[in-house]
Ligand binder design. Structure first.
Ligand code: 13P
Length: 249
């Protein structure tokens, strides 16, 4: 029903020459994928990666986008700039941006609106910290983060948005949510979307992210609510990432 989508988030890794080598190694390993395959790279890698993936089933993504069309925002990149570089997807509101760069739910929403307007597919990250899960706030928090991010979009636009549920305590820690925990929280996110936008919720793809790797991807992907993965560490090695992409084989 929903086509799975596995995306790599390279974060601040890979120079252009390293990016070229990684993506060239990846191309033959993922060419039979049943899912959408995306690599979200640092902007300095767009040129080499977009050239290397021409004519393949790999799509290019960015790791952030500014909400303004242009202007005095030193160091930022607009949606049109990304588009012209061959970018099709963009991660918005990653927990590292929320933690280190002052990202808020309101700016996540502004970035999402700009991305959709430009024809980019946003991958919107939501997720709770460990103490929030322990205090029982997870469901309320991820619902709130999701609905604020989507505010102002039509149901037709929301159909093409991707959400990534990334429990902050599982990112880069080797700790993963259990298959059931991830499935349950993703179900909560889907119901939040349904409560406001109706049955389009059944079409929205919701990924899991947080220490997802070749070993645990099969169990996670077997869950009915989980439509893919946003992969950090394991996306930096072609073989590991390809094993996640080929979770069905
Ligand atoms: P890890 O897979 O390294 O835990 O990172 C997950 C993540 O943050 C993807 O956006």
């Amino acid at each position: 029903m929903r086509k799975p989508i596995i995306a790599g988030n390279w974060k601040m890794n890979k120079t252009p020459s390293e990016a070229k080598a990684l993506v060239e190694a990846l191309i033959p390993l993922v060419k039979e994928a049943v899912c959408d395959v995306v690599v979200c790279t640092p902007a300095v890698d767009f040129a080499v990666v977009s050239k290397a993936i021409e004519g393949t089933n790999i799509k290019l993504g960015a790791e952030n986008v500014h909400w303004a069309a242009s202007g005095a925002y030193t160091g930022e990149l607009s949606a049109d700039m990304l588009k012209e570089c061959g970018v099709e997807y963009v991660i918005i509101g990653h927990s590292e941006r929320r933690q280190y760069f002052g990202e808020t739910d309101a700016t996540v929403n502004q970035r999402t609106l700009a991305a959709v307007k430009a024809g980019l597919t946003p991958i919107i990250c939501v997720g709770e910290k460990r103490e929030q899960r322990e205090a029982g706030y997870t469901n309320a928090l991820v619902s709130y983060q999701t609905l604020i991010a989507l505010a102002g979009l039509t149901p037709e636009q929301i159909e093409n948005v991707v959400i990534a549920y990334e429990p902050v305590w599982a990112i880069g820690t080797g700790l993963t949510a259990t298959d059931e925990q991830a499935n349950e929280t993703i179900g909560v996110i889907r119901e939040a979307i349904r409560s406001t936008y109706g049955d389009v919720a059944d079409k929205v793809r919701i990924q899991y992210g947080g220490s997802m790797n070749p070993k645990n991807c099969k169990g996670l992907m077997a869950q009915p609510e989980i439509d893919g993965g946003l992969i950090g560490g394991a996306s930096l090695k072609a073989e590991d990432f390809s094993k996640v992409v080929n979770f069905d084989k």
